[in-house]
Design a protein around this ligand. Structure first.
Ligand code: FES
Length: 258
């Protein structure tokens, strides 16, 4: 884990409250695995806790990376105010992300995401396609107006979308999309999204070659404070825990209690 003052290259609003920020710095050389995250210090002296934000894309040839975040409070609102040339105190890359080694060239991967859980799946999908894996994306969003990156994902593979309000794609949630393809099992499945989405994945794919990324409240971001623990499903006492920040955020489906 390293720390650096990275520089904002560009910032763009993708949808209401959803922003894409492009950063440059030497840390990019360390970024390899999809769904590792950056622990970002908000440039306001009264906001002391760093915010964990997943990498959406790593562009080593330009020494750049992209993060996509949603404004959830004062911290992320302050991030959205940053302009090209501004500096940001960044720690990372942190966490154990998605393993592209879980699938072989020529095999098929289902990539399942919802809302602000979709961004880290972009780097994952890119790396899988580069490896020669066939990718199929299943995404859920609240409504048409908060959909982002659909065209970018379409360049990598099939994209099927559900919206909660039926304003785009199939009316419903990601579980409904997965039910439509239930007769064909993928070689691997990767998921990132809300607890509801992860439960929908767990109920259909537990015991298979399937992985999901957990969200958790974090403080230190590197395994020291135990703010982010989840429990092992195999331990009925509930005493054995795993730290989402450094043992995750990606776990095998069925390994942890949601
Ligand atoms: Fe401190 Fe995970 S955030 S141990």
């Amino acid at each position: 884990m390293l720390q650096e003052m990275m520089t904002v290259v560009a910032q763009k609003r993708l949808a209401p409250k959803i922003y894409e920020m492009r950063l440059t710095g030497n840390l990019v050389k360390e970024m390899k695995q999809p769904d590792q995250f950056l622990h970002i210090l908000i440039p306001r002296s009264d906001l002391l806790l760093r915010r964990p934000i997943s990498l959406a894309e790593i562009i080593p040839e330009k020494k750049e990376c992209i993060i996509i975040y949603r404004i959830e409070g004062e911290g992320t609102a302050a991030l959205a105010d940053l302009k090209a040339g501004d500096q940001l105190d960044v720690m990372g890359p942190l966490g154990n992300g998605f393993q592209v080694e879980a699938v072989q060239t020529g095999q098929t991967a289902y990539i399942v995401g919802g809302g602000i859980g979709v961004p880290p799946l972009y780097e994952l999908s890119k790396q899988l396609v580069k490896k020669g894996v066939k990718v199929k994306h299943f995404f859920g969003f609240a409504s048409k107006e908060v959909i982002f990156y659909e065209a970018a994902f379409k360049q990598l593979g099939e994209v099927t979308i559900a919206t909660d309000d039926g304003s785009y794609g199939i009316h419903g949630h990601v579980g409904h999309l997965l039910d439509q393809v239930a007769e064909t099992a993928p070689d691997v499945l990767y998921a990132c999204g809300s607890k509801g989405l992860l439960l929908a994945v767990e109920s259909r794919y537990e015991g298979q070659n399937a992985y999901f990324s957990l969200e958790a409240r974090m403080a230190c971001g590197m395994g020291a404070c135990y703010a982010c623990v989840c429990h092992k499903k195999s331990d009925p006492t509930g005493n054995e825990s795993l730290k989402v920040c450094d043992e995750g955020p990606v776990f095998k489906v069925g390994e942890v209690v949601l």
